[in-house]
Design a protein. Structure first.
Length: 377
């Protein structure tokens, strides 16, 4: 019998989770989301037999093996805790919760329940990030010393008001961009984060109210051309748009030697130099182009020249056959998660413990009080 999954959320993440788990052979038995018409239409389009706005009823009716939580972060806690009461394995998008207190409760309850959990900061499975991980493991850069992650996507400051503008719903760039970056760095270096320091900026303090937005990716199509358009209504926005984070990263192979990591992201600033991630070592450096390590990847030895390193066949053949990068990465994580549930072993994917520690890091940066050790006592 195949494993059976209930999907929470009918937006991009919910649809992506459903496709990801189907790619692993899991049966998608239902979808629950906020708006009845949208949920029923998405479920029908995806061939999902059960659609509802009542996630509690869905849990009771369907008794799923897996619950995939693809709703905004502010809606993760209650259904996750209820699903844990039923002994479900949980696959949850980031942020795990909107407070470190709630994230820790979710982690501890999952541990007590003895179920498997997955924390979906899943861009660590980008093919060029996997290549960087392999090169570091082969010693191509020597001892890692420093990491630099810079991105400026130049988003419209007039994007329609929604969950991404609300801190209580898991909005903001720290919750939604930084987890992927931090996850990539930790994966490439096979490391843990032991301390953070940073600050946020809130450059967008209000956003226009525009109807019709459901798919998060397409919200830019609904943005007004000018803040002076007649008839616009506005809502206050309290989520951050810019972050600067310093992190102390400790590779497992050299716990005595920490790596300095800089994460700089400004969402509404115009980009001049391309977004990038760079891993500096004692002997060489790796440069990956793109906001989320989309590639290409170049390697440069000390006093040498930059050379592009193509993706090897073993990496390209390991990827799920899915074109969209987000969905492909969700599927990669789902594959590792399902294999673990089925007794094939843990492959190192991130769990609720990581989601809790990440949330502690977010709160430390938001407080802006200097260096904070992780995890807290």
């Amino acid at each position: 019998m195949p494993l059976r999954a209930l999907i929470l959320g009918s937006g991009f993440a919910g649809q992506g989770h459903a496709e990801a788990f189907r790619n692993t052979g899991v049966e998608i038995v239902g979808m629950a989301s906020r708006t009845r018409e949208v949920t029923e239409q998405v479920a029908a389009d995806m061939g999902i037999p059960y659609a509802t706005t009542d996630w509690q009823k869905a849990l009771s009716d369907l008794q799923p093996d897996i619950v995939a939580v693809g709703t905004p972060g502010g809606a993760h806690f209650d259904p996750t805790m209820a699903a844990l009461d039923q002994g479900c394995h949980i696959y949850c998008d980031k942020p795990l919760a909107t407070s470190a207190e709630d994230a820790k409760k979710m982690y501890l309850k999952a541990e007590k329940a003895g179920v498997k959990t997955a924390f979906s900061a899943s861009y660590r499975y980008q093919p060029h990030a996997l290549l960087a991980k392999a090169l570091v493991a082969e010693g191509k850069i020597g001892d890692p010393l420093e990491v630099e992650c810079i991105s400026h996507p130049s988003l419209s400051p007039l994007l329609p008001f929604g969950w991404s503008n609300r801190l209580d719903q898991g909005g903001g760039r720290l919750y939604n961009n930084f987890p992927h970056k931090l996850s990539i760095v930790l994966h490439v270096l096979d490391a843990t984060v032991t301390a953070v320091n940073g600050e946020l900026r809130y450059d967008v303090t209000r956003s226009p109210v525009v109807s019709g937005v459901h798919d998060f990716r397409k919200r830019g199509q609904f943005a007004p051309q000018s803040k002076d358009e007649p008839g616009l209504e506005w809502e206050a926005a309290d989520a951050d748009s810019t972050y600067t984070v310093l992190a102390r990263i400790v590779p497992k192979v050299h716990p005595e030697q920490s790596v300095s990591a800089l994460f700089k992201h400004g969402s509404i600033h115009p980009r001049f130099d391309p977004d990038h991630m760079v891993f500096y070592g004692r002997d060489a450096a790796i440069h990956i182009s793109g906001n989320y390590a989309s590639g290409p990847l170049h390697l440069c030895p000390q006093n040498g020249k930059w050379e592009e390193i193509p993706l090897p066949k073993n990496i390209t053949e390991s990827l799920p056959d899915i074109e969209n990068a987000s969905v492909r990465n969700w599927a990669y994580l789902a594959r590792e998660f399902v294999a673990d549930i089925q007794g094939q072993g843990y492959a190192g994917y991130q769990t609720f413990q990581d989601g809790w520690i990440f949330q502690e890091a977010f709160e430390a940066v938001r407080a802006g009080t200097g260096w904070v050790e992780l995890p807290p006592e």
